[in-house]
Structures are given as structure tokens and as C-alpha cells.
Design a protein. Structure first.
Length: 362
């Protein structure tokens, strides 16, 4: 190789070595990582688990504290079982409540108190936060005005009986066995016997029986009883026994067994002729407890039974067996027909507490 070439190559090699020698001549040191601040990373990772608390105050619309209000805390996505086990608290005497050691996240509070409408409040609890709920103002619960009250048939009938027991002709004479409600609820057995009992122990009933006994004594009816106080007492006892037997058998016992209504259903409309026929017919027909018209076996058999029973205590010479029984029964039926006519045209006008209702339709 020529010397000149060798010298040039040597110079070139020397220059190249000088340029690259720092890279090969020095050992590369690793770049040290920045030193973390004490507690920074640990706090950031564990901060998500820091529990928080929720507190608040319950007041009414005037701003007065409400003590004893129930506050229930629920979370989103809870199952019904988890919701039932949700924490609860009660407001103290100063109206304040609080929940401690709560995991962060959305929540809802439901606040209830006697006499107040329920109230809800919701928010988001952050890690380690002491969340203050805005003041909860409970509104007074509105009174329930449109509640439909359903009474049983027996309760409805009892209310009707109370009205009927106040019905008195001229404010004195009992007029219990008539209803001015065309759709009156049927009476049960207890109500039928109760109405019969009230009728037989009414003071006016005793007075009427006394008047009947006095008239019989004045006319010397059933002279086997004699005269004087003893004769009057016997006539009084017989007349009262007739009343009790006729009322209980014809208006309580048989109506209960045969499921018939012992009351007279006031008509009040139509021509006079139709009303008279209606009143007469009601001595031998009646409404059943099912609301349908049917033969009035209770009244017919009741009058016959009362006539038969009367043979047990009337004077022997006045007992005429079956003849007296049927006569007494027919008289009872006729008396019922006459009473119905009086009811249809006169009694309501003389009964101050008769209810103002639409009359029954035939």
C-alpha cells in the first residue's frame, strides 16, 4: 500500500476514533426513577375504600324539629332482601339523625313520621366525605276524604233498623215495622228478634195493652175472668200474651225460619186504587230476604199460631177450639191489611222522623 494512502487512512481512522470514543469509552448509567412523595400512591389506591357518613335534620313546614322520625337508607341496585336490611335511624329530640361508616356511592333516604307525608332525599356520598343532607321539611299528611267505605249487608241493615226504631207516630207511638226505603237490606235473625223485643217492651205497647184490657172489662168480654182488679189483671195478661206471641212468632221466629221480611215496604206512588190494593195484598204477601215477593206465610201462620196459643189462657167457655183459632187468625190478617192502608195514606204524614227517601215502586 502506498505510504501516502496509509497516512490518509491513519488520519481518517484517528478522527473517527476520536468522534466515537466517548460512546464506547464511558459506561451508560440508568436514569433514576423519580422518588415518589411519601404516602401519595398509597393514599390514592386506598382512598376509594374510605368510609363516609351522612347526617341531617328533620323539621316540619314551620321549621320546628320533628323528633322520632324514621329515616331509612337504601342504595341503587339493592335486592328486596338487601333493602329490607337497609340501615335505619331515628331523629333525636333536636331533629338530627346520622349514619356512620358508609361505603361511598349513590344513596336515597326515605323519611316518615306519624301525621306527616313521607319524604325522600337522595345524593352521592364520596370517599371519606361527611355528607350533610339539606334540611328535610315534612308536610302534614292530607286527610283522606275520598275513601270508599264498604259495609256488609248486616251492617247496612243495622243502620236501617236504628232509623226505624226512631219512627214514632206523633213522636210517641212506635212505628218500627215499616221501611220507607224500597231497597232496604234484609234483616238477619238477630235483627228480627231484636226488633220484636223492642216492640214488645216499649212503654207505649204496655199502655195500649192496658187500654184494650180496660175496654174488654168495660164490655165484660171474656166474662170468665170476672171483674175488679183481678179480672182486669187477667185480661191485661191475656192481651199482652197475644201481643208477645203474635209479634215474636209472626215477626221474628217464622220470618227467620222462612227468610221473609216482616216489615211493610211503603209504596207512596200511583193511584189511590193501586195503593189500596198494594196495602191489602201486603197482608198476605211480603218480600223475602232474597228481595222477591212471595206469600206471607209468616203473617198468616203467625196469626193462626197466636190464635191457637190463646186457647191456653182464655176462659174455658170462650175457647172454641179450631173455630177460635181461625177466627183469631183471620182477625189478625184483617188487622194487618187495615194497618197497611193506614200506613200507606196517613202514618207517614204523622211520623216526624220518617226518612225522606224515594218511595217503592210496585
Amino acid at each position: 500500500m502506498p505510504v501516502r494512502f496509509q497516512s490518509g487512512f491513519a488520519v481518517f481512522a484517528l478522527l473517527a476514533f476520536c468522534c466515537i470514543s466517548p460512546c464506547f469509552g464511558q459506561t451508560q448509567q440508568p436514569v433514576p426513577a423519580p422518588t415518589p412523595e411519601i404516602g401519595a400512591s398509597s393514599d390514592q389506591s386506598s382512598g376509594q375504600q374510605l368510609p363516609g357518613s351522612i347526617s341531617g335534620t328533620v323539621v316540619d313546614e314551620s321549621g320546628a324539629v320533628v323528633a322520632g322520625a324514621q329515616v331509612k337508607l337504601t342504595r341503587e341496585g339493592q335486592s328486596s332482601k338487601e333493602a329490607s336490611a337497609s340501615p335505619e335511624a331515628r331523629s333525636a329530640s333536636d331533629g338530627q339523625f346520622s349514619f356512620a361508616n358508609l361505603s361511598p356511592g349513590p344513596f336515597q333516604l326515605t323519611i316518615t313520621a306519624a301525621g306527616f307525608a313521607p319524604q325522600t332525599s337522595s345524593g352521592i356520598l364520596h370517599p371519606g366525605e361527611n355528607y350533610a343532607v339539606p334540611q328535610v321539611a315534612l308536610a302534614v299528611a292530607s286527610p283522606v276524604t275520598d275513601v270508599e267505605v264498604r259495609l256488609s249487608q248486616t251492617e247496612v241493615a243495622q243502620e236501617e233498623v236504628k232509623v226505624e226504631e226512631k219512627q214514632r207516630v206523633l213522636g210517641v207511638i212506635p212505628n218500627f215495622y215499616v221501611t220507607y226505603d224500597p231497597h232496604a237490606a234484609p234483616l238477619d235473625a238477630k235483627q228480627k228478634f231484636g226488633l220484636a223485643w223492642k216492640m214488645t217492651i216499649d212503654p207505649v205497647t204496655f199502655a195500649i195493652v192496658g187500654a184494650v184490657a180496660g175496654i174488654e172489662q168495660a164490655q165484660n168480654d171474656f166474662n170468665g175472668y170476672g171483674q175488679g182488679a183481678q179480672g182486669y189483671a187477667k185480661r191485661y195478661g191475656a192481651a199482652y200474651a197475644d201481643t208477645v206471641a203474635g209479634t215474636f212468632i209472626g215477626s221474628a221466629l217464622l220470618p227467620s225460619l222462612l227468610k221473609q221480611d216482616p216489615r211493610y215496604f211503603y209504596k207512596g206512588t200511583g193511584s189511590k186504587r193501586s195503593r189500596v190494593l198494594y196495602a191489602l195484598a201486603n197482608s198476605v204477601i211480603c218480600k223475602g230476604d232474597n228481595g222477591h215477593w212471595q206469600p206471607n206465610y209468616s203473617n198468616i201462620l203467625g196469626n193462626l199460631a197466636a190464635g191457637g196459643i190463646s186457647n191456653l189462657y182464655y176462659p174455658a167457655k170462650d175457647r172454641e177450639g179450631a173455630q177460635l183459632t181461625f177466627e183469631t187468625g183471620l182477625i189478625g190478617i184483617g188487622a194487618t191489611a187495615a194497618a197497611n192502608i193506614v200506613q200507606e195514606f196517613i202514618i207517614r204524614k204523622l211520623t216526624p222522623k220518617a226518612p225522606k227517601r224515594d218511595p217503592a215502586k210496585p
